[in-house]
Ligand binder design. Sequence first.
Ligand code: NAG
Ligand code: NAG
Length: 327
Amino acid sequence: MLFQVASLPSLLLLGLASGTTRAATTAAGTIRTVYKFQDTPYTAIENVGVRSNGDLILNTITAPKVYTLNPTASSPSPSLLYEFPGATSVLGIAQPSPDLFAVVVGNYSTATFQGIPGSFSVWTLDFTELPVKVNKVTSIPQAHALNGMATLPGSLTTVLVADSSLGAVFSVNIQDGAHKQVMQNEVFEPTSSFPLGINGIHTSGNTLFYTNSAAGTFGSIPIASDGTSAGSAKAIASAPSEDTYDDFALTSGRDAFVATHQTSLFEVDPDGTQRMVINSPQLNNPTSLVFANGINTACVVYVVTAGEAESNGTAAVSGGVYAVTVC
Ligand SMILES: *[C@@H]1O[C@H](CO)[C@@H](O)[C@H](O)[C@H]1NC(C)=O
Ligand SMILES: *[C@@H]1O[C@H](CO)[C@@H](O)[C@H](O)[C@H]1NC(C)=O
């Protein structure tokens, strides 16, 4: 998660000239608004999942709500799926088996951009039978700021969750609720000036990829079958100056498309080469993305945005869902 922070300078375009975009012969970098929230007070979308039928699952951080949205409808409009009790926000999402999702629920302070320790829990959204079943898996009292979520390779029942404040990763068994901290690493930690360390996490093979928003890094670490580390972390890329990495999506070739504040999407190759796919004011604080239909070779991604909170007399702007071509 990441809100616009007043102290973050606006995006500097210097150094991000046209040479950093994909080849002009492709259609990469076009953007289309799928849906933009217009409600008051504003709605910030924090993360997104994709069902097997192509519908999107939208988690909001400004309310404890999950919506579903058919992005290919002629006039896409979200339906409220569930409102979680006793929390302010819904954050990370992972899909350990087809149409079974796990989500992070908890409290984030919009004043400090920090999680409230002791407020976090993991829930499941089960679309395999309708009506959808929503179940609380477990509270995670020791967590401080749960954020991104990933599947554990080889497991249909365990997910990994990043803690942006502790610089840690927890494993959570969604069947029996068993959970524990499996990693803590200085490369995951926040900085003294920015409270969000490890943010997005995704796995491919036996590798966990992560962004650290505060450190401005994208990296990887080998993991064992229980989610503990099996080697040293490797830095792959750094966010361009003045930009901030948020959550991301991986292709089958382990290219990462990274939602990057304040208004862009970057593609990072496994060797660390990165290029800007798009920089558009429509992508107002992009927070995460999924490939269309969940197919990681798709040329369309759906990027969700937080918009911006009211600040210093400027009205709030809600987030939305945007279709961006990436190849
Ligand atoms: C989280 O927020 C909800 C809704 O405002 C509140 O009822 C609950 O007490 C909070 N939990 C913690 C641990 O602060
Ligand atoms: C708020 O806006 C006013 C008028 O544009 C400006 O002078 C002031 O520096 C701003 N304050 C902050 C904290 O950004």
